[in-house]
Design a protein around this ligand. Structure first.
Ligand code: CP
Length: 313
């Protein structure tokens, strides 16, 4: 098996250099059988406790971090903000202090605030193992890693790939982390496509081609990553009409025909069928959506191992 990289915290893709990102992807690839439950669990993290601190809803990320920790032999504590003392006014930092005082080892944090995970990292210092499981619009580094792994498994090295990210770019931490990671890995070409109101000014990067129409952005693409409209991050009344959005921006089989013949479709989930993606595409032969989910467990195992394995620090 490939060696375990060493990492103390993963708050954003900026915490990774190219060698560490590649080492995490190689390690995740090597862990796939265990991650998929097809090989026995490991005991690498026996005696360690991982806390899932989720202040925002999640299915994939929360469950896959829990499975990843268990398949490495760790104990898992699942914290749910809505049934916790957060509802009585306890802050994120005081919640962390409370759980840390119980002898826990690593923290996986999701929060609706863009800066919450970075602020927590600054407050607790660099020696506490911490992973960002999605912070507002800012970052979702393990999603970007699992997306990159899925691309490499399907299409090989990223250097020849054209990747088109389409949908609500403005509110997407997935888009931000993917663009950072794919640039770090040396992707061939990056495109973002959205209606003008859903583009992001902070992603005004000359290395990223911006499109305000879907069809030209799909032309010849090797990877098409669809993103849902993040209504929860929009002002009331600011959401586009779902049917109108689908008419102009929905990924359909007819539109996908413009992409390369071998093109794959990714989506971080949850999908909104008939809005950003048609069921015929989500369930079709090019869809790698469930492969992404499976890779999520492997990538999160690799990250937890890197944070907690008893390697020299
Ligand atoms: N992709 C992703 O983060 O999904 P969840 O919100 O279900 O965790």
């Amino acid at each position: 098996m490939s060696p375990t990289p060493v990492l103390r915290q993963l708050t954003d893709i900026d915490d990774l250099d190219r060698a560490t990102a590649l080492a995490l992807l190689d390690r995740a690839q090597a862990l796939r059988e265990v991650a998929g439950g097809r090989a026995p669990a490991l005991d690498t993290l026996a005696g360690r406790t991982v806390v899932n601190l989720f202040f925002e809803n999640s299915t994939r990320t929360r469950v896959s971090f829990a499975l990843a920790a268990r398949r490495l032999g760790a104990e898992v504590v699942d914290f749910h903000a809505h049934t916790s003392s957060t509802a009585k006014g306890e802050t994120l930092l005081d919640t962390w202090r409370t759980l840390h005082a119980m002898g826990t080892d690593a923290f996986v944090v999701r929060h609706a605030d863009d800066d919450a995970v970075a602020a927590l990292a600054a407050a607790i210092g660099p020696d506490v193992p911490l992973v960002n499981a999605g912070s507002g619009r800012r970052a979702h580094p393990t999603q970007a890693l699992l997306d990159a792994l899925t691309m490499r498994q399907c299409l090989g090295d990223w250097s020849g790939l054209t990747v088109t990210v389409v949908g609500d770019i403005r509110h997407s931490r997935v888009a931000r982390s993917n663009l950072k990671l794919l640039r770090l890995l040396g992707v061939g070409a990056l495109r973002v496509a959205a209606p003008a109101a859903l583009h992001a000014d902070d992603l005004d990067d000359p290395a990223v081609q911006r499109f305000e129409q879907l069809e030209p952005a799909l032309a010849g693409a090797d990877v098409v990553m669809a993103l849902r409209v993040q209504h929860e991050r929009m002002a009331q009344g600011g959401s586009p009409d779902p049917a109108a959005f689908h008419a102009d921006w929905g990924l359909t089989t007819a539109r996908l025909a413009r992409a390369a013949p071998h093109a794959i479709v990714l989506h971080p989930g949850p999908i909104n069928r008939g809005v950003e993606i048609a069921s015929e595409v989500a369930d079709g032969p090019r869809s790698m959506i469930l492969a992404q989910v499976g890779n999520g467990v492997a990538v999160r195992m690799a990250v937890l191992e890197a944070l907690l394995a008893p390697a020299p620090r």
